[in-house]
Design a binder for this molecule. Structure first.
Ligand SMILES: [Zn+2]
Length: 163
């Protein structure tokens, strides 16, 4: 009888420890992986890093990062983009973007869907049209010829966005 209650206590401790760990893990994952602007999960091949008011923040796409400036007036400096095709970090100064192609990974994570399958708050979505980054003109052009959209230098895109 006593042995059985010791066994039950051990199981209870293990279960609690497991719950505690997964809760902590979940919070940590969410902090690391969600966009600071729209809270969507950040796709590794679209990760955008910007310095906002002196703090390093992660965004799901360049449009989200730049929208922070429009909406809050804070200084935003994009310091790192990710090449969509190769999933490697690239410097914004030398990058190209393709806007409005037929690929939009962010829309896989639409926050809410209303009755009849209509997305709620469809009047504004800063992740649409999509903005994908590429390490050079050639890869952006190749992608765009397959998936449509408009190609631009990131620096041009950024200055245009902030007007
Ligand atoms: Zn976002």
């Amino acid at each position: 009888m006593q042995r059985r209650s010791v066994f039950a206590a051990i199981i209870a401790i293990l279960v609690l420890a497991g719950l505690g760990y997964s809760g902590w893990h979940y919070v940590r994952q969410r902090d690391a992986q969600s966009c600071k602007a729209c809270a969507r999960p950040v796709h590794s091949h679209m990760k955008t890093v910007a310095i906002v008011d002196g703090k390093r923040m992660i965004f799901c796409c360049p449009a989200c990062a730049l929208s922070v400036r429009q909406q809050s007036g804070k200084q935003v400096q994009v310091v790192e983009l990710t090449d969509y095709l190769n999933d490697v970090p690239v410097k914004p100064e030398s990058s190209f973007v393709v806007r409005n192609s037929d690929i939009n990974p962010c829309l896989d994570h639409h926050p809410a869907v209303g009755e009849g399958g209509q997305p709620l708050e469809s009047h504004f979505d800063r992740c649409s049209p999509s903005v994908l980054s590429f390490r050079d003109r050639n890869s952006a052009a190749a992608f765009s010829s397959e998936h449509g959209g408009q190609m631009a230098k990131f620096s041009e895109f950024a200055s245009e966005f902030q007007r």
